[in-house]
Design a protein around this ligand. Structure first.
Ligand code: AMP
Length: 173
């Protein structure tokens, strides 16, 4: 996994001053590294009965699709407002300045399904907390197996915001 770390590029002061942005595009562009990453997730979740892999817009989608394919699961999209065409449920959440929101189709998940949520980076945990609240509020009969991330910025203490939600990160920073 350390090999994956060496391919992820640090971009200082993006998208604003003081943020060290973890750029995954070199990893996505490296066929062998990308395959290794998806295989590592597959090894963890194969045989666990995952029905749906829920990807968070936008980079979560890049991981959700190949992992779902590898597991024989479906893909569910959690998107920014006004992107999904059918009836949606919505969860707003606080950002550093202002608020944002995430939406999911009302018919996206079925009672009894086991889901895995995936995104690229766990930073402050706000995005995952909103996604988990969205799912728990509107789909209470869905089993939340775990939230998976390529990397976790541990120094931001995102896990503390998640109320014990099971989280797995391939890489730790
Ligand atoms: P958060 O809600 O703070 O956990 O942030 C998670 C979302 O913001 C993820 O979807 C990431 O894509 C993005 N993000 C936050 N911090 C970074 C960072 N330092 N580098 C790259 N992406 C980030």
């Amino acid at each position: 996994m350390e090999a994956l770390k060496s391919i992820i590029r640090d971009i200082p002061d993006f998208p604003k001053k003081g943020i060290l942005f973890k750029d995954i595009t070199p990893l996505l562009a490296d066929g062998a590294a990308f395959q290794n990453m998806i295989e590592a997730f597959k090894a963890r979740y194969q045989g666990k009965g995952i029905d749906q892999v829920v990807g968070i817009e936008a980079r979560g989608f890049v991981f959700a699709a190949p992992l779902a394919y590898a597991l024989g699961a479906g893909v569910t999209l959690v998107r920014k407002p006004d992107k999904l065409p059918h009836k949606t449920y919505k969860q707003t959440y606080a950002l550093e300045y202002g608020t944002d929101a995430l939406e999911i189709h009302q018919d996206a998940l079925k009672p009894g399904q086991k889901i895995l949520v995936i995104d690229d980076v766990l930073a402050t945990g706000g995005t995952l907390a909103a996604t988990a609240l969205l799912i728990r509020t509107y789909f209470p009969e869905v089993e939340f197996h775990e939230a998976a991330f390529l990397m976790e910025l541990g120094f931001l203490n995102g896990r503390e915001k998640l109320g014990g939600l099971p989280v797995f990160s391939l890489l730790q920073y």
